[in-house]
Ligand binder design. Structure first.
Ligand code: FE2
Length: 380
């Protein structure tokens, strides 16, 4: 589909506010394709505090792949790996490394979600399928989004099982405690040169999302590199998808580095919310997670920039937690280094204290921190 086939974002925003043609209850799960699901599951348990939920593989009748499902409060992660060579999943991992394959959206009517979006131009991954076991029925359908990433519509109102039909409960003895992660706040996509508007138009016209904010290269640039970003949100605001594209700079931007190593467009980071970022970050550090560090001088001027906050700045400083304020309140955030071998996928931990924005005041300090990491990798 050509960009010119779409309405403008402004026209779509006005129309989408009248009727939400794609009601979404929330994120149902994120599915990652990984080289070794058994070991990735251990990482999500031990380092990130996810709890074991469900399993599908050889012991449930699958022959060619296995999946571990983990949860923490409202977040569900599915880790899937191939058990044989030359599989579609294996090819995906060969091209992209470990990464997010599916952002699954919880809907009341998967058939309707599928028909509405495909009539509006979405490309089909699979038509609605109904899966049943003794705990009930789940209906799912899937459409494509950027790169090889897909959206799955999940209708589960007639299901009482642990996850999906044909998964069994996974209940190992090893169960490290939760680290206080609550829900997925937003999920960011990196797309290729000049593709940002194509994908924000897709979310507006095909999915009925509205544009919350846009940042141009003047907002998000350092001495060396730049990127542009627009944030799309669904009708009830529960789903937020920022979309980034690279912009011209003196050196190779972090988005270009991502596109190179991911082999195209894909999910760059998953932002997860906590009610106590200090506690969560201390716990993550103790469990071996590494975070991007801003220079200590960031904290010298913090009070002047953000005004009064409930946390002690001296408590945030050694952890590297960043703060930003907007007209609605403030937020605390921090970014991990990549959690996979390729410099692609990372996590953001965010605690919102009224603020609805994304930490614009931290962009410069943050991107300079990423560039220091890029320089160490020799990819700046
Ligand atoms: Fe983010």
């Amino acid at each position: 589909m050509q960009t010119s086939d779409y309405q403008t974002i402004e026209q779509s925003n006005q129309l989408n506010q009248v009727v939400d043609f794609l009601p979404i209850n929330g994120t149902d799960y994120l599915e990652l394709y990984v080289g070794n699901a058994r070991q990735s599951a251990h990482f999500f348990q031990a380092a990130l505090g996810f709890q074991p939920l469900a399993y599908a593989g050889l012991s449930t009748g699958l022959q060619d792949r296995e999946s571990y499902v983990l949860e923490q409060d409202k977040i569900r992660i599915v880790l899937t790996t191939p058990l044989v060579g030359n599989s579609e999943i294996g090819k995906h991992i060969d091209q992209h490394g470990d990464g997010v394959k599916a952002i699954a959206l919880w809907v009341d009517d998967a058939q309707q979600a599928f028909e509405t979006t495909t009539q509006r131009g979405a490309e089909i991954v699979y038509e609605p399928i109904t899966e049943t076991d003794e705990m009930g029925t789940v209906k799912r359908a899937a459409i494509k989004t950027y790169g090889d990433t897909i959206h799955v519509f999940v209708e589960r109102k007639d299901y009482r099982g642990v996850f999906l039909p044909n998964f069994k409960a996974w209940n190992p003895i090893f169960k490290p405690e939760s680290i206080g992660l609550k829900y997925i706040d937003h999920c960011v996509g990196n797309v290729g040169w000049n593709e940002m508007n194509r994908w924000t138009d897709f979310y507006a016209n095909v999915m009925g999302f509205s544009q919350l904010v846009s940042f141009d290269d003047k907002d998000i640039s350092t001495e060396y590199t730049a990127l542009m970003s627009k944030v799309m949100s669904n009708g009830n605001g529960k789903i937020k998808f920022p979309i980034n594209e690279p912009a011209e700079g003196k050196k190779k931007s972090q988005v270009e580095e991502y596109l190179h190593f991911y082999g195209g467009s894909g999910v760059q980071h998953i932002a997860v919310a906590t009610d106590n970022i200090v506690k969560t970050v201390v716990e993550m550090q103790n469990r071996g997670i590494e975070f991007l560090q801003v220079p200590d001088s960031y904290y010298d001027t913090l009070q002047q920039r953000v005004g009064k906050i409930e946390e002690e700045i001296n408590e945030l400083r050694p952890l590297g937690i960043l703060v930003d304020r907007d007209e609605d309140g403030y937020l605390l955030q921090i970014f991990t280094k990549p959690i996979v071998s390729r410099p692609t996928l990372f996590l953001e931990i965010i605690q919102r204290k009224g603020a609805k924005s994304f930490g614009k005041g931290n962009f410069k300090a943050l991107f300079e921190a990423i560039e220091r990491e890029q320089a160490l990798r020799g990819t700046l």
